[in-house]
Design a protein around this ligand. Sequence first.
Ligand code: BTN
Length: 257
Amino acid sequence: MLLGRRFVRREEVTSTNDVAKALGKEGEPEGLVVVARRQSAGRGRMGRTWSSPSGGLYVSVLLRPRLEADAVLRMTVLSCAPVAKAIEEVTGIRPELKWPNDILVGGRKVGGILVEGVSVGKELDFVVLGIGLNVNSSQEGLDAPEATTLSAVLGREVETEILLTSLLRHLEAFYTSLKADEVDEDDYKEMSCILGNWVEARMGNQTLRGKALYLDHEGGLVLRSEEGLIFRLASVNETSIKITKEEENEGSLLRKT
Ligand code: BTN
């Protein structure tokens, strides 16, 4: 196995992504896995905080794919599928994926992915793929009331180490296919709660409404508005999406501003 050829385990760090990035800058080979029990400054996309009390899984993987800098979006989006597969394998819970990086159960967030790339010119020097999962954390420890934990859904604790092992195995298979440009996107499509539905996307003070048609090769989400205009969402750090169900909203809610 490539992933986990070296493990760094810590009780508490600011962010496992910080630790992996610092080692990446020192020339650490790919495959490094950083795991912490708690993070004091865990972060998500759009500058959000990622609550990281003990009981969660906080892991970052250092990778050195020979890809261009814009591969970060594709990696962010598509890596949700192997993470969800690991959750399903270990718990039997089948998550839904919300573009670009959310892992949900029953519409509530249980996990997220933050991929940070360090580039040299147009090429990636390395990426840090950070995964945060609310596993056995207490609900009070989570900032967001709309979040939940795997143990709350399951009604029992989940063995975090078993989940980590499964996660790394699924991520490794994903990474191998990504490098060969052979990612099977069917897994993603089957678990997506966005594709085929009407969504409202906010980017700064702009709001777009449309039906989510497909993912393009870069991981961008392509929408078609009611008027038939085609939009492409491709900014991980500026776009937030709200799902509005197709059946209820076609021709009704979507016309509201
Ligand atoms: C998001 O939902 O926006 C992404 C959350 C990613 C959280 C993980 S926890 C491990 C790694 N370290 C961080 O600071 N963030 C990621």
